[in-house]
Design a protein around this ligand. Structure first.
Ligand SMILES: *[C@@H]1O[C@H](CO)[C@@H](O)[C@H](O)[C@H]1NC(C)=O
Ligand SMILES: *[C@@H]1O[C@H](CO)[C@@H](O)[C@H](O)[C@H]1NC(C)=O
Ligand SMILES: *[C@@H]1O[C@H](CO)[C@@H](O)[C@H](O)[C@H]1NC(C)=O
Length: 766
């Protein structure tokens, strides 16, 4: 767990993934096909006619093709964020198609998953209200945030439209109806809703319409939760369980929402995600929020990267979750440089639920369990699930039992006791359900060494808490030393909600970490935002624990994940765009990143929740988002689509690969000379004149000029940063690397515009 261990060698990790065509089986699967829109032969009346004919021809079907077939093979056609289509075909047909004229790329379908850790809670505490400036202003009222997720619960109080003006005239979207989502479900707040299931059903078969519905309705809860984080209205819920009353509100309470449902029981399919991007661009959204995990493949094979590029080119900010694969390195996903990649941090709020042992020890735990408590003052017998099956004749092995997997516990061994379960394999809430059904009265969920000290508070179906690895070890030892005469005993003390917790924020243990496995020279994640124990809207058709046996209903729920961090940034991006309508997506991202902070509320550098050790740029990127400072950043670094093309050229992608992303012919000759990090710097236009003085930290950089004198709004100036590596103090092992980080800071006395810089010094192999 030592965070100071040398970072793994980046260059060895260049991922070699080829289009899986011409492969082992002739079985049909879904492929996403990028075409050159202008290459359509004139004999086809529409692009769809051309696409169908091309698929048929590639399948060896219609000879010369060109015949229009009813109910053809197309799943989606794309025309706004992307040009092309998705279709079922054999790998051989896909290979044939890839070689056809006018076809720029053929990308195999992939399935993604939501980036939440499923840590629900009954009614609870509310997020602190945003600042007066944001609340009182009309900021965001003309902007539309697209939530690409599990759909939305349209009747939730967070999405009421009282006091909102008419739907912005630029909005061109629709409100699709279906089961549980009548045609009048949209309003001036929820301005649009669509669903995309064709890709899902093409691979997984027809959906089970008892378990989920063919409409934008949210049967899961995740999409309702993320939408309300980005742009939920002010809501005053009455707390019935003794937790604090307060205001629930999203980051941009006046911004409009459009829900694009792409995630189903079987996952979120790329062809559907791309259809959502395509629709969102055509509909006229301003921000896309995508709390879906990524995959690590080159950008030209990554449908999210491709869809996000099309959106960015249309001036739309795309904010995506970094993933929950932390705390290990190289786990960050959704890393394309044109997206904001958002990791998760904690807030200064905690839900302590400590374990008091019979030997007097108290172990720190967390929980948002909200049901009937354990009997006050009573000490319960404690049993470790890993040993509770050995006493029985049940077939379950000790390993399954230690994890509290379904059916692994012997009711005779756990009845009336508090059961200690190890974290891992099944969901945390499911473990509680297993203990509950076996007759246990409570549960302590203990981290293993691998999990470290990162804890997520859950709303279990029985009194339960979660403890870290060190506490888990003490607990197992205590139980192991007990005897029949002196059994191990304990209880859980639920302390409700604590505020003002220090240190905060910390980088959540699960938050995915850099370095960036695709492009190590681009730091990812970009920044972190609150993602641990986030309270937000919840549909009334879904229990808070997210397991079928949970019949409870609640208007708000607490979830954790980079899924929850991402919509914070999406909502802020909408506010920034409202305040600075001319800013590009890159300028908005720049404002968010250069003003992010890295100090916690104890004045130290933010620490990593999993170890308690100081975190670094690979953990928190530019730092934790700071809404107020982002509104007035002083300077922004802008990037145009041409700069991104130059970046792709410098990855040595072929022009064909680049066209798969950019849909314009790429001319890499200039780019390969110029390099790709000469981003112009310009003023944000709200001051006539500004001087910025260059400041350096970390001691190893130099460059020039050291002062930038801006003479007018929007003026662009350039500077050079030169990094010199001093000789290492001691000889480096061959092939080893050293990582140093620092920052370039421009300051005018009032603003500080920070850019983290990481330098990797690598010793030769011999
Ligand atoms: C459909 O879902 C329902 C509810 O989850 C389940 O009871 C039923 O068995 C499922 N049907 C099929 C065919 O899987
Ligand atoms: C952090 O530093 C600020 C300014 O130096 C000071 O006002 C504050 O009390 C410090 N907070 C803590 C927790 O040390
Ligand atoms: C691209 O190719 C050039 C020349 O072969 C090489 O120097 C460079 O390292 C390559 N870049 C990447 C990102 O692979």
């Amino acid at each position: 767990m030592a965070k100071s261990a040398p970072r793994p060698l980046l260059l060895l990790l260049a991922v070699a993934v080829a289009v899986a065509v011409g492969g082992v089986s002739g079985e049909e699967r879904t492929f996403i096909v990028r075409v050159d829109a202008d290459a359509k032969p004139s004999i086809f009346p529409t692009h769809a006619h051309w696409y169908e004919a091309a698929v048929t021809a590639a399948a060896g079907g219609g000879g010369g093709g060109g015949e229009w077939r009813e109910g053809g093979p197309l799943i989606h056609t794309y025309s706004a964020a992307f040009h092309g289509f998705s279709a079922r075909m054999s790998p051989a047909a896909a290979a044939a198609l890839a070689a056809a004229p006018g076809v720029a790329a053929v990308v195999p379908e992939r399935v993604r998953h939501l980036a939440t850790t499923r840590s629900p809670r009954f009614l609870g505490l509310l997020s602190s209200p945003p600042s007066a400036l944001l609340a009182d202003s009309d900021f965001g009222a003309d902007l539309v945030i697209a939530i690409i997720d599990t759909g939305i619960s349209p009747t939730h109080r967070s999405f009421h439209d009282r006091g909102l003006g008419p739907v912005p005239p630029k909005w061109r979207g629709v409100c699709s109806s279906g089961p549980g989502f009548p045609p009048n479900s949209c309003n001036r707040k929820l301005v649009g809703a669509r669903f995309f299931s064709a890709g899902y059903e093409a691979t997984s078969g027809r959906m089970n319409e008892t378990a989920e519905v063919r409409s934008p309705l949210d049967n899961d809860g995740h999409g309702t939760h993320t939408a309300s984080i980005a742009a939920g209205r002010y809501v005053f819920p009455a707390s019935t369980l003794g937790y604090a009353r307060g205001v629930a509100a999203g980051m941009a309470p006046k911004a409009r929402l459009a829900a694009y449902k792409v995630c189903w029981v079987g996952g979120c399919f790329d062809s559907d995600i791309l259809a959502a991007f395509d629709a969102a661009v055509a509909d006229g959204v301003d921000v896309v929020s995508l709390s879906v995990g990524g995959v690590v493949v080159p950008y030209y094979l990554d449908a999210i990267a491709i869809g996000a590029f099309g959106a960015t080119e249309a001036g739309i900010v795309v904010s995506a979750s970094a993933g929950n694969g932390g705390p290990g390195g190289l786990t960050v996903t959704n890393v394309a440089p044109w997206m904001a990649t958002v990791g998760a941090g904690s807030m200064d709020r905690a839900f302590p639920a400590n374990v008091r042992l019979g030997n007097g020890q108290v172990l720190d735990g967390v929980s948002v369990y909200g049901g009937p408590a354990l009997q006050s003052g009573k000490m319960y017998e404690l049993v470790y699930a890993g040993t509770s099956s050995s006493a029985s004749s049940s077939a379950a092995d000790g390993y399954s039992a230690s994890m509290c997997l379904d059916g692994s516990l012997d009711p005779a061994a756990v009845r009336g006791k508090i059961v200690v379960c190890d974290r891992g394999v099944n969901s945390r809430a499911a473990k509680g359900d297993v203990v509950h059904r076996a007759g246990g009265v409570g549960m302590v969920l203990a981290n293993g060494v691998f999990d470290g000290e990162g804890l997520v508070a859950d709303c279990h179906v029985l009194p339960a808490t979660a403890v870290g690895a060190a506490a888990g070890e003490k607990l197992r030892k205590y139980i192991g030393s007990s005897t029949r005469q002196a059994p191990a005993t304990g209880t859980i003390l639920f302390e409700g909600t604590h505020l003002g917790v220090r240190p905060a924020p910390v980088v959540a243990a699960f938050s995915a970490r850099g370095p960036n496995p695709q492009s190590p020279e681009i730091l990812k994640p970009d920044l972190i935002a609150p993602g641990l124990n986030i309270l937000a809207a919840w549909p009334n058709g879904v229990g808070p624990a997210g397991i079928p046996s949970d019949g409870r209903r609640t208007e708000f729920n607490i979830l954790s994940g980079t899924s929850m961090a991402c919509p914070h940034v999406s909502g802020l991006a909408a506010l920034l765009k409202a305040a600075h309508p001319t800013w590009s997506p890159a300028a908005i991202k720049s404002a968010l990143m250069t003003t992010a902070y890295i100090k916690d509320n104890s004045n130290g550098t933010m620490v990593d929740e999993s170890t308690g050790v100081v975190a670094d740029v690979f953990d928190f990127g530019a730092g934790h988002v700071d809404p107020m400072r982002a509104m007035d950043p002083g300077l922004v670094y802008d990037i145009t689509p041409v700069d991104y093309v130059n970046f792709l050229c410098n990855l040595n992608y072929t022009e064909q690969n680049i066209r798969a992303i950019t849909r314009r012919p790429a001319d890499c000759r200039g780019a390969r000379r110029a390099g790709h990090d000469e981003d112009p710097l310009h003023t944000d236009g709200d001051q006539r004149r500004r001087r910025a003085g260059g400041v350096q930290r970390g001691g190893e950089g130099a460059g020039g000029p050291r002062q930038l004198a801006f003479r007018r709004d929007g003026q662009k100036l350039s500077f050079t940063v030169r990094v010199e590596a001093a000789a290492p103090r001691r000889k480096m092992e061959p092939g080893s690397s050293q990582v140093r980080s620092g920052a370039v800071t421009w300051s005018d006395g009032r603003h500080a515009v920070n850019t983290p810089v990481v330098v990797t010094v690598q010793a030769p192999l011999q």
